[in-house]
Design a protein around this ligand. Sequence first.
Ligand code: HH2
Length: 261
Amino acid sequence: MTKLMGVVNVTPDSFSDGGLYLDPEAAIAHGRELAAAGAAILDVGGESTRPGAEAVGAEEELRRVVPVIWGLADLDCRISVDTSKANVAEAALDAGAEIVNDVTALRGDPAMAALCAERGATVVLMHMLGDPRTMQDDPRYDDVVAEVKAFLAQRLESATAAGIAEERIWLDPGIGFGKTREHNMELLRRLGELRDLGRPLLIGTSRKSFIGGVDGSAADERLGGTIASSIIAAAEGAEILRVHDVAEMRQALAVATAILG
Ligand code: HH2
């Protein structure tokens, strides 16, 4: 059964919903709505990773995410924290999170792997070429799927060597993170090849710019493209879909599942 991870961005500058949920009460209310709409997981983030985004200090990131996680912890939903800083992840785990979604795949903070191992957290390892400030400058690959797959295999090995149980690791090719529109589409088309890695695949296409690259739509007009790309990802074996629009995605998934079984 494909699971939905609802996005709760507690940021002023996220690419599609920046500033909407910066107030903790608004973020908590939004998270509760996503849970009621069918999210199995809520991904709470306090730092935008959109292309060109500026890094946020740990103090500010903590101030944004911890109260929101506290406010969601009673839900019948797993909480994930979207961070690459170990002290933010630690405070989030203390507040009730169980999943660490690290877009640097444990390369950003040398203390992150040991923390996740010690706390028994589930960890999302994502592929990114470069860092958010520069990743869209001129990404190049000979074979994007083979290179992303080799990277994820290496990060999986490094995470298990650091003591993180393999069954607690999910993998993500990082749609939009150092990839052209063609790279993103090829990864989605050939996603099935990443199933050989033997771990659940998480995919985040929600509202991303490759959709606007197809039809010129703005970030808040990409629901149709989000649904199309997420359904294709699910059909290719993605087990977790990270989306902003949980209710609409849940209906699309239910219909696709009813048809295809
Ligand atoms: N995409 C975004 C953020 N975190 N994490 C994973 N594992 N996979 C993704 O594809 C992914 C992610 C970007 O989306 P969003 O959070 O809406 O934007 P921003 O980074 O601007 O806050």
